[in-house]
Design a protein around this ligand. Structure first.
Ligand SMILES: [Zn+2]
Length: 284
């Protein structure tokens, strides 16, 4: 009897502990093969989380991670496209939410890489999500020390790659996109690693805003993203950029696979429409 009761108690504990995990979309942990997007840009994340590797002869840039247990999957995907996690020199994020940051501290340690971030995301990265104005008040991922602050328009250079920071705030205060030019087969492509301006459930824009200036931040992001020259784009979630419609596992590399300027424009306008609808609803 005692044994049975203990087992029951243990089961309840396990269920309680598993509950937050069960609420996460399974696409955040489902493995997906690493693949080349275009030029020296590779996608190395799980099924629905964008984790991007930009390779160079002098080491690599890794943008985002997945959840805290995502390091083995990211390592496997990096190796499958012919590179090493240990050669990552610079870590970046598109937004300081745990589904994109939780393995940063671990990968920083493994690779001896530097964490670079925008000022507002740096604060949240360093306190593990505690000061996030929407999801904060508790630690939601392992804090990671930021080595260098990057700002809008800054060019991150590594081994011939020039990656420009485009601050696109709103989703988080320090959300950022990154753009670069890729030469492939005699043609030059404008490539965007774009943080899309989605509004998390419960966030307030105008009346009792989640943080002061959030509505203006989103407006700035839509304006900037609509003005960006974009041939190829990827985003923080595969579903946002049509990853699974554009690419099937095992598909041969073709620089045209992710060329989608109209899709980018349509996605930005879609999120802007949702933003304007929410603004109107709050002011009603
Ligand atoms: Zn987010």
């Amino acid at each position: 009897m005692f044994v049975m009761r203990s087992t029951l108690a243990l089961t309840c504990l396990l269920l309680a502990a598993a509950a937050p995990l069960a609420a996460q979309p399974e696409g955040w942990t489902r493995p997906f093969p690493g693949h080349r997007v275009i030029g020296n840009l590779y996608a190395v994340g799980p099924y629905d989380l964008g984790v991007f590797l930009i390779t160079s002869p002098e080491g690599h840039i890794l943008i985002n991670t997945g959840l805290e247990n995502s390091t083995p999957l990211i390592r496997k995907n990096i190796e499958s496209v012919g590179f090493r996690l240990e050669d990552v020199k610079i870590l970046l994020t598109m937004q300081s939410h745990w589904d994109h940051t939780a393995a940063l501290a671990e990968i920083k340690e493994i690779a001896g890489a530097e964490m670079w971030a925008t000022a507002d995301d740096a604060r949240v990265l360093e306190d593990g999500g505690f000061s996030d104005p929407h999801f904060g008040g508790k630690e939601s991922f392992k804090p990671v020390k930021v080595d260098r602050i990057v700002a809008d328009g800054e060019v991150i250079e590594l081994g011939g790659t020039r990656l420009t920071v485009v601050e696109t705030p709103g989703h988080t205060e320090g959300s950022s996109s990154y753009v670069m030019k890729v030469r492939e087969g005699g043609r030059e492509y404008d490539v965007a690693i774009a943080n899309m301006a989605t509004i998390n459930r419960g966030k307030r824009l105008a009346v009792n805003p989640t943080y002061a200036g959030v509505a203006d931040d989103f407006a700035e992001t839509f304006r900037k993203q609509k003005a960006l020259p974009v041939d190829v784009w990827v985003a923080a979630h595969g579903g946002q950029y049509g990853l699974h419609e554009k690419y099937k596992p095992g598909q041969a590399y073709d620089p045209a696979t992710f060329v989608d300027p109209q899709g980018f424009r349509a996605a930005v306008e879609h999120y802007e429409k949702l933003y304007l609808e929410q603004l109107a609803a709050e002011r009603r």
